[in-house]
Design a protein around this ligand. Structure first.
Ligand SMILES: C[S@@+](CC[C@H](N)C(=O)[O-])C[C@H]1O[C@@H](n2cnc3c(N)ncnc32)[C@H](O)[C@@H]1O
Length: 283
């Protein structure tokens, strides 16, 4: 079983891959794409003493800043950055394929609208809430302790969902359901309680945005079959690849950060059947 890891900007790599060649895509894109342009709206007012511009007839004008649109621009840039990549993601998905899109509570609503436009509103299956309990708690509002994962099928009438493969979880009140049911556990819902990556555990790679293997394992188990090709084009530390190795799926990972490649090299030490493409030069 051969896996692939690319170093580079994901857009041209996605564009080079064949239609309908991927069975499942999970992505966890960074909000800060590094393309922020601080565009500032200005107005000029007549001012003969403190003017910083000269206009018609040699008159002097002063510039007044109306509103700093940096945040809005940053947001527009983010959606503009995502859109062509999501269009490629849909093209690459096999007819029975699906996409899991991981994002935080501040951006999720805008991303949902963009994804509905690209995949179709009917193709939206779930908003999964990953709830955790870690870190400080503000006293000024409800402390935000969850991420959102939007789940879309390419074809909502026909997609891989292996309900019998999903690892069951304990009932909250096992005494109420009888011994046999309690022993079997229950199916998880769209709300997933799961710890963040433990700070001292052996799962920790040191990559700052690493997601827990347990979350990725559940996604891969439910929405792909053994031998399928599963892709993450914002791969970071390669958590999706680690889940695929456990579950016997092929993976295709892309990241443009040399540190991510370094972390994945360590994480996948001893895995010989990985095709590394476009590796960064070693220092
Ligand atoms: C939030 S992290 C993903 C973390 C990952 N889920 C994990 O468990 O480690 C997002 C990743 O996207 C990568 N990235 C950002 N822009 C990219 C681009 N244009 N092409 C490829 N990778 C990109 C970043 O380098 C970063 O590693």
């Amino acid at each position: 079983m051969t896996h692939t890891i690319y170093f580079g900007d994901n857009l041209p790599i996605l564009q080079s891959l064949p239609d309908e060649s991927v069975d499942l895509i999970y992505i966890d894109p960074p909000f800060n794409t590094g393309k922020t342009q601080g565009r500032t709206q200005i107005q000029t007012v007549r001012d003969e003493t403190n003017g910083d511009r000269v206009g018609f007839g040699g008159r002097s004008y002063r510039t007044v800043e109306l509103a700093n649109r940096a945040y809005r621009d940053r947001f527009d840039d983010f959606l503009g950055f995502l859109e062509p990549r999501l269009i490629e993601a849909r093209r690459l998905l096999a007819p029975h394929g699906s996409l899991y899109f991981h994002i935080d509570y501040r951006e999720v609503h805008y991303c949902k609208i963009l994804l509905d436009e690209i995949f179709g509103r009917d193709a939206f299956l779930n908003e999964i809430i990953w709830a955790y309990d870690y870190g400080g708690r503000t006293k000024k509002k409800w402390p935000p302790k969850h991420d959102n994962i939007l789940y879309y099928a390419k074809d909502p009438e026909n997609y891989t969902f292996n309900v019998d493969e999903i690892e069951r979880i304990p009932y909250m009140a096992p005494g109420l359901v009888g011994e046999e049911k309690a022993a079997r556990g229950k199916l998880p819902t769209d709300t997933w309680w799961h710890t963040i990556v433990p700070t001292n555990g052996k799962e920790k790679t040191g990559y700052p945005t690493q997601k827990p293997l347990g979350i990725l394992r559940r996604i891969v188990q439910a929405s792909s079959r053994p031998g399928d090709l599963v892709m993450d084009f914002f791969a970071g530390s390669g958590t999706l690849g680690a889940a695929c190795l456990e579950l016997n799926r092929r993976f295709l990972l892309i990241d443009n950060n040399p540190q991510a490649i370094q972390v994945m090299r360590q994480r996948f030490t001893g895995v010989s059947d990985i095709n590394w493409i476009g590796l960064p030069a070693e220092d």
